[in-house]
Design a protein around this ligand. Structure first.
Ligand code: ATP
Ligand code: MG
Length: 267
């Protein structure tokens, strides 16, 4: 499906419910006010981009959403549920997944096991079965491998399943991080500069995967410097500058907004 068609199907469903809401978020590090009074809503099924110059507070915003940091003030609501105070691992179980600007993988584990680790977030088998490898463990193990391979096929890494994650090329590591995040079965997937360091062909593939993820009904938040990518894939764009909300709108509105051009596009 072309991006134009995706755009159309998105605007054809304006009644889609809000899946995620931030209200009056603040976060400071010492004297640095990284996020200042930022509010926004993300509609279910959207690709929501966050852009802004270096140091604008984009990663801090993702860190607040995912629970890596707690805000100094403000509210975070996911599917009508308040998130503030909940640690990151609890939020993963609720359906929030993310990748990191600086790749974080289990480097000493195989590619396959990195994805299996993501799958295990939701698995509940009795602890003793892990020790003696009982029947529930074996069933769980076989199912996990199958699911993990499917995700590796999705990101094009199934042929690399048995090698160590650290042996992957940089672009492949980014795709593995994506597969691992998807393994947690998110309803909201946050990706922080997924295209950083990728070549043109890899960016194209990433774009395609993000569109497919969205087609599967997963809401996507993408922090990105690559403006072409953002304009191609996003339904809504939030622009930040110096920790503050600068503008939010459709990609075309963002490109035409004088304040945005001054702060970012013109820079
Ligand atoms: N853990 C931290 N400790 C201290 N300062 C921090 C921390 N995290 C972020 N900051 C500061 O907060 C501000 C916003 O940083 P943030 O990483 O959110 O920006 P960004 O928009 O993601 O930038 P970039 O485009 O370079 O990734 C910066 O001034 C940064 O130095
Ligand atoms: Mg960042």
């Amino acid at each position: 499906m072309s991006s134009v068609a995706l755009q159309r199907s998105y605007s054809a469903a304006p009644q889609a419910p809000v899946l995620f809401r931030a209200d009056g978020l603040h976060k400071s590090f010492g004297g640095v006010r990284a996020v200042r009074d930022v509010s926004f809503s993300i509609v279910a099924g959207a690709v929501f981009a966050i852009i802004g110059p270096n140091g604008a507070g984009k990663s801090t915003l993702i860190n607040l959403m995912s629970g890596i940091y707690q805000p100094d003030a403000g509210m975070l609501i996911f599917d009508d549920r308040p998130l503030v105070g909940l640690p990151a691992h609890r939020r993963v179980r609720l359906g929030l997944a993310r990748t990191f600007q600086k790749i974080r993988l289990f480097k000493h584990l195989s590619v396959l096991d990195n994805v299996i680790a993501g799958l295990h977030v939701h698995h509940r088998i009795p602890a003793w079965e892990y020790v003696v490898h009982g029947p529930a463990f074996r069933r769980d193990h076989a199912r996990s491998r199958e699911e993990a391979f499917e995700l590796l096929r999705f990101v094009g890494l199934d042929q690399r399943a048995s090698i160590m994650a650290s042996s992957l090329a940089y672009g492949e590591q980014r795709m593995l991080e994506l597969a691992r995040a998807l393994a947690t079965k998110p309803r909201l997937l946050m990706v922080d500069e997924p295209a950083a360091g990728l070549n043109a062909a890899e960016v194209e593939k990433l774009l395609d995967r993000i569109r497919l993820v969205r087609k599967r009904g997963i809401t996507v938040v993408i922090v990105e410097h690559n403006m072409d990518l953002v304009m191609n894939v996003a339904d809504r764009v939030l622009v930040m500058d110096y920790g503050q909300f600068l503008f939010e709108g459709a990609p075309a509105e963002v490109q035409a907004n004088p304040a945005v051009i001054a702060a970012y596009l013109g820079a």
